[in-house]
Design a binder for this molecule. Structure first.
Ligand code: TRP
Length: 401
């Protein structure tokens, strides 16, 4: 082991110093590179890497040894989350969600930094920001309320080209009591006013107590059919609720969503983090959703990521898809063994759209700051307990001492 003197006169190993020098940007770029390679997505001249750096804002230069920023993107506050989506009959796609303003002291500043990052991204890839402008005044007022201001996502194309981008906004920007009004107005600004009754009365039937408008998202960049999306979080939910909400689209959609939950969660009640419905709308049909997605917080329903991996693999096999990329993706994003923690696989989701096979997506947490310990199974079948009485997380990178 090479010992090196640092400027403070403390002797450290070279590895420790390298770690101290590493930034959040380095950590995430390395994982994006590996994920791209695993998925066979070439990064032309590092342009996806550079774009990721831009979308991380000041977070990119944050030393990994500094405390985590207050971001809600991941459980350990890493302001990024990867995902791999597996369209049947097409190449898988790699995506990354970020919070460019994660270091900001106020939500207003957070929103300003988010917009700045998107402006740079739009210049780099030459696309207009019109969809965001349409709802900017609504979601980014002078003093926004809510839990976040602006999140961004980048979806890499299967063959080298311009990525697709998304902006996520908080319906609670004018306070939690106005989320329904804000979403209704946002839909109207995209000509989707007639979609509102279905959403309010049926998808979010238990609003405001148990159903919550969690996100509003717009597509930016070269999408074939740009969408606007409304996300509803269902607290204290169960399989009957899944059948009811997904069944609004078609009986088949309801059946498939229930089967997805059975496999992904292995339970019929969701009392921890809420499952999240997403309805997407395109200009082609502003009244009827183009797709329905159910996101399941699989990390609440497994003992460890080996367990979550097996659930994801079952879903892929059901679609007739191979599972090799799933395992390569886990290895690309994390160096630990899946069984040594829980939360690397944060969500599993199923997209359903008319006349298309269902599409599975696996969400992967970069765990830049913490790894949540694996749980042990309780003797009661189906129930899961934490190994520790309080769900303490351990450091992903023990601070050099
Ligand atoms: N971490 C947040 C949550 O768990 C936000 C989030 C990240 C999320 N990825 C997601 C929400 C996928 C729904 C689906 O809610």
């Amino acid at each position: 082991m090479t010992m090196v003197d640092n400027p403070h006169g403390i002797t450290a190993t070279r590895r420790e110093l390298e770690h101290a020098a590493a930034t959040l940007g380095d950590h995430l770029r390395g994982r994006l590179d590996r994920l791209c390679r695993a998925a066979g997505t070439a990064d032309p001249e590092g342009r996806y890497r550079d774009s990721l750096t831009e979308l991380l804002g000041a977070g990119a230069d944050r030393p990994l040894s500094a405390p985590a920023p207050p971001s809600g993107v991941s459980d350990d506050h890493t302001p990024a989350e990867f995902s791999v989506t597996f369209p049947a009959g097409d190449r898988p796609r790699v995506r990354v969600l970020t919070e460019p303003g994660c270091g900001a002291a106020t939500l207003a500043e957070n929103g300003r930094l988010g917009r700045l990052a998107l402006q740079r991204t739009a210049r780099r890839w030459d696309f207009p920001l019109d969809p965001l402008r349409r709802v900017e005044t609504l979601f980014l007022p002078a003093a926004p309320q809510g839990t976040f201001a602006l999140w961004c996502a980048m979806e890499l194309p299967a063959t080298p080209g311009t990525p697709g981008f998304k902006a996520y906004l908080d319906p609670a920007a004018h306070g939690p009591e106005h989320t329904a009004d804000v979403v209704e107005e946002a839909l109207a600004r995209f000509g989707c006013a007639r979609a509102w009754p279905l959403l309010r009365e049926h998808v979010a039937a238990r609003y405001p107590h148990d159903d919550r408008f969690a996100f509003f998202a717009v597509d930016l960049g070269p999408w074939a059919a740009p969408r606007v999306k409304v996300y509803v979080a269902h607290h204290r939910f169960d399989l009957d609720g899944v059948r009811r909400v997904a069944g609004l689209f078609s009986e088949r959609c309801g059946r498939q969503a229930v089967e997805f939950c059975r496999i992904a969660a292995g339970t019929d009640r969701f009392d921890r983090r809420p499952p999240v419905s997403c309805l997407s709308f395109t200009g082609r049909n502003p009244r009827t959703p183009a797709a329905y997605t159910l996101h399941l917080p699989v990390r609440d329903h497994v003992t460890d990521d080996g367990h979550a991996r097996d659930r994801a693999a079952s879903l892929l096999r059901r679609q007739g898809l191979p599972t090799g990329l799933l395992d390569r993706a886990l290895g690309a994003v994390s160096r630990r063994r899946p069984a040594d923690g829980v939360g690397l696989i944060s969500y599993l989701s199923l997209v359903q759209a008319p006349a298309r096979p269902p599409r599975v997506t696996v969400y992967l947490a970069p765990e830049a700051y913490r790894v949540a310990p694996a749980r042990v199974r309780e003797s009661r079948p189906g129930a899961i307990l934490s190994r520790e009485s309080s769900p303490r997380m351990r450091h992903a990178h023990p601070p050099a001492s």
